[in-house]
Ligand binder design. Structure first.
Ligand code: FAD
Length: 370
């Protein structure tokens, strides 16, 4: 940096994502007097975070929150972070910023960048974050801003794969393509994606499971805590069960419907049933869905040198400090992850808070000078 050039803003910890994992990581780091930037794609995209999708179903197992719908929960997390704004703290006469700056922004690209003279880089390098800070529109070029961080916490979670029922193929934006599915998603009588979360709504009721193979098997096994009145719908795809699994399903009287689903049968935002290709209509009290997931990590590009250890779904592998591992099993300096994006964890809110705290504190720890 030459004399006279403005010093660039350097955040101690940049958190990508403002769900429970990201919010907790940010609050924990700010609590250790760190200068924290949180990037939240929610306000500028349809990436609202998984908790948001609990639209009319109350979340009743999240710590310290009474029954709260997902939309209100995400708002409460934003308020929690906003209550810790950036201020100047002075320790032994050295002033530095501490607190949380919350920015609307969709992370597009994460790269490593060299520190300039006088800049402290605990990872041996700094992180540069390329972010779209206004809604992305087809016809307009994106509004890009760049931020610099000493450490990064990845808490951008994953998106559930939605079913191709009454999908608007010509629509480019996801929320238009899946408008019909989204009408019913996350409602008490609608598409649920988490048997642990929403199974309690359907005790001894008729439950449809839209999934195949091991995903369907996992839901069916989990669902038995709530009801035995199950049916598996494959929506025209091969069922993917082993002979032994098929025998168990038969034994349990769980029907397997392999016909394609062509339409929802609903009233307002309530999903009541589905119409099959043959015209047959099936009615249920609840609808569970698991068609897999898409990790929200497209900003970690191979061409930028990111070679991270992932599980077979693309979730990131971390060590006990929440530090991301590379493909050789080595912790990547300065890079942490928390929440649903972490492999091998329960995808639940309390887990996301715990992983967020671990990553936020670990990122703070590596910034200590001695
Ligand atoms: C319908 C539904 C109901 C659920 N019910 C329950 C329940 O009752 N109890 C329970 O414990 N769990 C429940 N869960 C699971 C729970 O919501 C998740 O486990 C939890 O939200 C994960 O937290 P997270 O912070 O890791 O990710 P998320 O909550 O998914 O948050 C991810 C954040 O990252 C942001 N983001 C994504 N991509 C980018 C990007 N490129 N740049 C910047 N930001 C980005 C998103 O906008 C969001 O702010 C439910 C999930 C769903 C879908």
């Amino acid at each position: 940096m030459t004399e006279g050039q403005a010093k660039r803003t350097m955040y101690d910890v940049v958190v990508i994502g403002a769900g429970p994992a990201g919010a907790q990581a940010a609050v924990s780091a700010a609590h250790q007097m760190r200068h924290v930037l949180v990037l939240d794609a929610g306000p500028v995209s349809h990436r609202k975070g998984r908790a948001y999708w609990s639209k009319t179903v109350e979340i009743i197992d999240a710590p310290a929150f009474p029954g709260i719908s997902g939309i209100k929960f995400m708002k409460a997390l934003r308020e929690w972070m906003a209550a810790r704004p950036v201020r100047t703290v002075s320790i032994s006469g050295r002033a530095r910023p501490a607190g949380i700056e919350l920015r609307a922004g969709m992370m597009l690209r994460l790269t490593r960048t060299a520190a300039e003279p006088g800049e402290r880089a605990p990872a041996g390098h700094l992180f540069e974050l390329e972010v779209s800070t206004a809604p992305l529109r087809d016809e307009k070029s994106p509004q890009i801003e760049r931020f610099i961080g000493r450490t990064v916490v990845i808490a951008s979670g994953f998106d559930d794969v939605w079913p191709d029922i009454e999908v608007e193929e010509s629509a480019r934006r996801q929320y238009r393509r899946y408008a019909s599915v989204f009408r019913f998603a996350g409602n008490r009588k609608g598409w649920h994606v988490c048997i642990r979360c929403d199974g309690h709504l359907h005790v001894d009721e008729k439950l449809a499971i839209l999934a195949t193979g091991d995903l369907a098997w996992g839901i069916a096994r989990g669902a038995q805590d709530f009801t035995e009145k199950l049916a598996i719908l494959t929506n025209g795809r091969p069922h993917g069960f082993t002979a032994q699994q098929l025998a168990t399903l038969r034994e349990r009287g769980i029907p397997l419907v392999e016909e394609k689903i062509v339409a929802h049968v609903g009233k307002g935002t309530d999903l009541l049933g589905v119409r099959l290709e043959s015209g047959r209509e099936l009615f249920f009290d609840g609808f569970m869905l698991d068609l897999g997931l898409v990790p929200n990590t497209e900003y970690l590009r191979k061409e930028d040198g990111w070679s991270l250890q992932e599980d077979d779904e693309g979730l990131l592998v971390v060590d006990e400090d929440g530090q991301v591992l590379d493909t050789k099993g080595e912790p990547v300096p300065g890079l942490f992850a928390a929440g649903d994006i972490v492999a091998g964890q329960r995808n639940l809110i309390a887990t996301a808070f715990a992983l967020g705290q671990n990553a936020g504190l670990s990122a703070s720890d590596v910034l200590r000078e001695w």
